[in-house]
Design a protein around this ligand. Structure first.
Ligand SMILES: [Zn+2]
Length: 313
């Protein structure tokens, strides 16, 4: 079934990720993971993925990118029942921290699977998402920065010297920027609707941050032009040995969270571009981790084309 040069795509998730929820009507809801699973089954991709239960991240793994005092504070805030709000948009229930440990552990384990040659690339279907989580602050539905924890693991444990972060969520990945700005081992490329939450990013915090603010109503074609003009030359020049994707699908035309015009074909296209860079410089190594995407149908369809391209199925 697999083309000889493609290899296996791992799909990591954990049951706890569906037990974290932030109150009725919250857009970052457990149904997102079910919508993704449904669509992968309907698209006949599900059976061909390497399904792996995400282990919990260890304290040591989290502390590579988060302050110990922050982890302790979060732990002390977990409610016995009901919700505790960390900011106006971000709440935790009694399962949230468990979910966050497994969401962060998914990326770490995905890196191990790839470095051991057991998978070629991986998608982490996890929540809470991560790219707004800063070194010592939860924010924007995010508790731990899942992608950052995984990238730090690749560098510190597996000796990867250069990692690229590609963030195509419609919101700026302020957390990843907070953690890796001025780290010469990391090149981050991102775009975001501007002005928009989290109302930063237009002034990059380091020379390794290629942040591209785009106005509302940006079309898929305009997005692709930007990628060809800005992202791809930067990625090529950096020659990453591993690529991490903050895979948010909330720039989709049907997603009411934002006002952008991307569609499935654009997510397939950007995935092919990233794969090409990975093939050229990084032995194909890609870990993609779920960030935003709140229209359940558009999310499921977009993740399906993303995984179809990752897997080559
Ligand atoms: Zn987002």
């Amino acid at each position: 079934m697999y083309p000889a040069d493609e290899g296996i795509t791992a799909y990591l998730t954990h049951s706890a990720c569906a037990m974290h929820e932030m109150g009725q009507g919250h857009p970052e809801c457990p149904g997102r993971l079910a919508a993704i699973q449904d669509r992968l089954i309907a698209a006949q991709l599900w059976d061909y993925l390497l399904h792996v239960d995400a282990p919990a991240a260890t304290h040591e793994q989290l502390m590579r990118v988060h302050d110990e005092a922050y982890i302790d504070r979060l732990t002390s805030m977990v409610p016995g029942h009901g919700y505790v709000h960390l900011d106006p948009d971000t709440a935790i229930n009694r399962f949230s921290l468990l979910a966050a440990y497994h969401a962060a552990g998914a990326g770490v384990h995905a890196v191990d699977l790839i470095m051991q040659g057991r998978a070629n690339n991986a998608f982490c279907s996890v929540r809470p998402p991560g790219h707004h989580a800063e070194r010592s602050r939860a924010m924007g539905f995010c508790l731990f920065n899942n992608l950052a924890v995984a990238a730090a693991h690749a560098m510190d444990v597996h000796g990867i010297e250069r990692v690229a972060i590609v963030d195509f969520d419609v919101h700026h990945g302020n957390g990843s920027e907070d953690i890796f700005c001025d780290d010469p081992r990391v090149q981050m490329v991102g775009f975001f609707q501007h002005p928009f939450f989290p109302y930063c990013g237009d002034t990059p915090r380091g020379p390794n941050m290629l942040n591209v603010p785009l106005p509302r109503a940006t079309t898929g074609l305009q997005f692709r032009d930007m990628v060809v003009e800005k992202w791809l030359p930067a990625l090529d020049a950096f020659a990453p040995q591993f690529i991490f994707i903050s895979a948010g699908f909330d720039a989709h035309l049907e997603d009411e969270m934002s006002s952008m015009g991307l569609v499935e074909a654009d997510y397939a296209w950007i995935t092919r571009q990233i794969k090409q860079v990975a093939k050229q410089h990084a032995q194909g190594r890609i870990v993609s981790t779920l960030e935003g995407g709140y229209d359940l149908s558009a999310l499921g369809r977009s993740v399906a084309v993303h995984i179809k391209e990752l897997s080559g199925l």
